[in-house]
Design a protein around this ligand. Structure first.
Ligand SMILES: [Zn+2]
Length: 360
């Protein structure tokens, strides 16, 4: 079945593809889930199975990468052509709000005096805060990217050295159980972040953290801003490469801090390495004792304080002081939660028994 999907994409102009187009409408739009069937009962079983497979999260369809040529046959939001995931998954809030959801890359902008300009929203459209941030970041990322006139788009199956789909590699891939669907957890944790009772600068930090966009050394390395020869290890333990999972969840130098915060809130948590997943487990564990927006605010404050100290160590040669860091987390969480009217207690009460203060 996956082989058929591949053939639709790579043999778009063939006669048989034209026949199917005549019967079922735009084949590529149907494959990428942009168009509903005209009438299900008119469709053959084979075609219905195929379309169902295209829509599967983590299915073969979602594994195909597209290489931008003229942008004619790549869908701007739904195809995986820029980054590790399709753009509708990378920028979910923006995708939710815009009205041009099913455009090709070529339709997502225009040429103006030999310069390509992206046009992702209708002139009169007003975006919410989250979507505005996302569009700003997306446009920033797309700087210097434009359709190449006269070059055909290409579709690439990344699990074969030839870049062409093979049933064997597809079979191996799915047997390895390597299907990962990060988007559900990501969207859920982003929702949690925006609801957290925090000042917007911390929410923006949280938004970057959950999307793995804070400039950790791993990130800088991935973006070729620094090279392996430069310092890429964690500033705290100087052992492992610094990425967000390591600094906020795994770093051995911060284990005692983590346990102090956990015991302050009287919780025990499983060992989770991913920040999005951690935030969800964290809010779930604290559900009986405080509201989700308070729980999320505390953990994001924890990360924010660690990130601040990390920067101070790099830029002003500060030293790590676990006691001081712990005190900062307790202080800032109280300060921010009080100023958003989520807490009615004084700092001493918060420091001594946070659960009494948050009990709902
Ligand atoms: Zn470390």
């Amino acid at each position: 079945m996956s082989k058929w999907i591949w053939r639709f994409l790579s043999e778009e102009k063939s006669i048989w593809s034209g026949v199917l187009e005549g019967r079922y409408g735009s084949v590529s739009n149907r494959i990428w889930g942009c168009q509903e069937p005209i009438s299900i009962s008119m469709e053959s079983l084979w075609w219905r199975d195929l379309m169902e497979m295209c829509g599967e999260e983590g299915g073969a369809m979602k594994k195909i990468n597209s290489r931008l040529g003229d942008g004619h046959s790549i869908l701007f939001w739904k195809s995986k052509w820029f980054g590790a995931e399709a753009l509708y998954l990378q920028f979910p809030a923006l995708f939710n709000e815009i009205s041009f959801k099913h455009i090709s890359v070529l339709e997502a902008g225009f040429w103006k005096d030999a310069t390509w300009e992206w046009k992702l929203i209708k002139g009169e459209e007003v975006l919410g805060r989250e979507a505005s941030l996302e569009i700003r970041e997306l446009l920033h990322c797309l700087g210097g990217i434009f359709p190449k006139v006269g070059i055909k788009d290409r579709h690439v199956w990344p699990y074969e050295s030839s870049n062409c789909f093979s049933v064997k590699s597809c079979y191996i891939l799915f047997n390895q159980n390597s299907v990962v669907v990060p988007s559900v957890g990501l969207m859920e944790s982003l929702r949690c972040n925006w609801k957290a009772a925090l000042p917007s600068k911390v929410q923006i930090f949280g938004w970057r953290l959950l999307r793995d966009r804070i400039p950790t050394r791993r990130q800088l390395l991935n973006r070729n801003i620094i090279s392996l020869q430069q310092e890429v290890r964690c500033v705290f333990c100087e052992g492992q490469i610094e990425d967000s999972g390591h600094i906020f969840l795994q770093c051995p130098m911060l284990v005692s801090l983590k346990w102090r915060v956990f015991s302050w809130l009287e919780i025990q948590l499983p060992n989770v390495e991913d920040c999005c997943e951690f935030l969800l487990v964290w809010t779930e564990q604290l559900q009986g004792t405080m509201k989700n927006n308070i729980a999320a605010a505390i953990w994001l404050t924890f990360c924010w304080c660690i990130w601040k100290v990390r920067n101070e160590i790099i830029f002003t040669n500060a030293k790590l002081d676990i006691d001081e860091l712990y005190y900062k987390i307790v202080w800032y969480s109280w300060w921010w939660l009080s100023s958003t009217s989520q807490l009615k207690c004084n700092f001493y009460e918060w420091y001594k028994n946070p659960l009494l203060c948050t009990h709902c």
